[in-house]
Design a protein. Structure first.
Length: 304
């Protein structure tokens, strides 16, 4: 699939999980020069090196460049960041020093403005992935392009994604979008993961825990001057039904295999709740939704 842009772009993708790998595969197929950056010493880095790039479960391959760190000296047209919200601080110094023309953050986060300031407002951009993919134990990517659209704040990146075969739409105010949509992301991932962790379907009672988590997040948003949007404002029984149905959907593995992201986002919201009076009940409702594995992060109030 050749690029329909005027010329191929030089692109780095930081984060080689299911989302980053999907982006890199599609963008390489569209004719762009793609480098994938995976964590040094990680299992995923070894898989990419062994496969000489990204390999699909169908056997198709994208021979992208594989690296364990961002080349800060290279003037990439765009660096797409797909690490999780609570992991982004580990790559911010390299991003701020890099000669990349644009840094495109592609993950759910309530901290878009902080990240924009860290890399420079003139080159920061934001989006939210629409990918539903999984990575098998052998490292092969199970990628099926769905109708779910990525959301991006600049038309040029919408065009890039669409040209690469990934549905996308424009949302100019991504900072607000990400902040107000993250609660639904948290609940979908946590509730779906509850059943998957025990090899069963999620129960209605567990979906109700997710609904309480959404309402708690909405309360925190209101306390900080934001307005919850979309489905988050629906009646409780509607939210519970939506979460219960999502946990049974054909794509549930792509949603429920996200405990680390859900933990990180919950901890960010809990830290923010602790800076406001009268938010302890909201913090407790979110912590009840938090997947139990791994350490909590960012539980102290953020100062920057």
């Amino acid at each position: 699939m050749p690029s329909t842009t005027s010329q191929p772009l030089s692109i780095a993708v930081i984060g080689a999980g299911r989302i980053g790998s999907s982006f890199a595969y599609q963008l390489h197929r569209a004719g762009h020069d793609v480098t994938v950056v995976a964590r040094p010493g990680s299992k995923r880095l070894a898989q990419l090196e062994r496969g000489n790039g990204i390999v699909l479960t169908t056997g198709e391959r994208a021979e992208v460049t594989v690296a364990d760190r961002l080349d800060e000296r290279k003037p990439f047209d765009v660096v797409i960041v797909t690490v999780l919200a609570h992991q982004v601080d580990s790559v911010l110094p390299a991003l701020s020093r890099s000669k990349a023309r644009t840094v495109l953050f592609m993950f759910a986060t309530p901290e878009a403005e902080r990240l924009r300031a860290a890399v420079g407002a003139e080159r920061a951009s934001f989006g939210f992935a629409g990918v539903l993919a999984t990575i098998a134990e052998d490292g092969k990517l199970n990628l099926k392009i769905q109708r779910v659209k990525a959301t991006l704040e600049e038309q040029r990146w919408v065009d890039l994604f669409v040209d690469a075969g990934m549905p996308a739409k424009l949302q100019p105010d991504m900072a607000s979008y990400l902040r107000t949509h993250a609660p639904l992301t948290i609940a979908m991932e946590s509730v779906t993961g509850m059943g998957m962790a025990e090899g069963r379907n999620t129960r209605w009672s567990e979906a109700r825990i997710g609904t309480r988590g959404i309402k708690a997040s909405s309360k925190i948003l209101k306390a900080t001057g934001d307005k919850p949007v979309g489905l988050s404002r629906a009646p409780g029984f509607v939210l519970t039904g939506f979460l219960w149905a999502t946990a049974r959907a054909p794509f549930r593995e792509a949603v429920g295999d996200s405990d680390a992201e859900a933990r990180g986002l919950i901890d960010l919201y809990v830290a923010e709740a602790r800076t406001k009076p009268g938010m302890q009940d909201a913090a407790d409702a979110l912590l009840a939704l938090r997947p139990g594995d791994g350490p909590r992060v960012h539980l102290a109030p953020r100062t920057a």
